[in-house]
Design a protein around this ligand. Sequence first.
Ligand code: SF4
Ligand code: SF4
Length: 298
Amino acid sequence: MKEIVVLSGKGGVGKSSLTAAVGYLLAEKYSIVLADTDVDAPNLHLVLGAELESTHPVSASDKAFIDYDICSRCMQCVDVCRFSSIIGEDEPIIISYSCEGCGACSLVCPLEAISIEPVENGKLNILHSGLIRVVSGELAVGASSSGRLVDVVKRRAGEVAELNGSDLLLTDGPPGIGCPVIASLKGVDYVVLVTEPTPSALSDLKRVYEVIRFFKVAAGVVLNRADMHEGSRQAVFTFLQENDLDLLVEIPYDPLLPEALARGALAVTMYPEAPSSVALRQLSTSLSDLVAGESEIR
Ligand code: SF4
Ligand code: SF4
């Protein structure tokens, strides 16, 4: 089974709608599972109109808890917390939302009054859209450890894909360049980087590419809304050339695409002849060759 992740370095450049469209098109030929690891704002299932099969609580973070019946109020734990998550002058109080569960306070406590326990910080949803299975992570509001939740989603999606005998696990990756993105890269064969011709999108592309290059994962670039600005389009080409990065496809700005999304449908199904649909079909053909091993992954 091949594993491809779609990243952009930030939100708003069309990553999820591209993942949904390409997933739909690849499912015409392959058995695929989609994973949504944008756990702060999962919306792949909405773009696909997927139906919920089951939901499962996830404990992907640990927090400190004080047993006040044992605590002597010595306040040693306050000083040791690097995250300033224990406050109080006469009695230690743990600020749960900022506690990273590192365990330092529990180590320093002379009375073993502090325990580190797993807490529920998100959900894992299993959905389907036609024959496509979707595994989606959803971080609880105000919860931390999104990187660990991404890892949980990826592992579960991998299990579902294996169980189904799938050819491809296609992942809608998280935005940014931090821990969740790094977690999303684990074990992947190829990264599709989505950008658009604006200076800010190019800056985001450069930053996320640094991460990908560090982990030595093969990647190619999709230029979305490619005809928005010629100067910025050329700037993207220059970056690709300097880094020997493949341009997978240019998707023109196409008002039919957001119109279909607003109607809760994919443009590739609603308007198959639209310029954006033609480009997305071209992208899915390139990725199909990668899945089949008929083109080189570099
Ligand atoms: S577990 Fe770590 S972060 Fe949480 S309160 Fe204790 S020392 Fe602070
Ligand atoms: S170190 Fe232990 S005993 Fe001392 S204040 Fe903290 S929890 Fe209480």
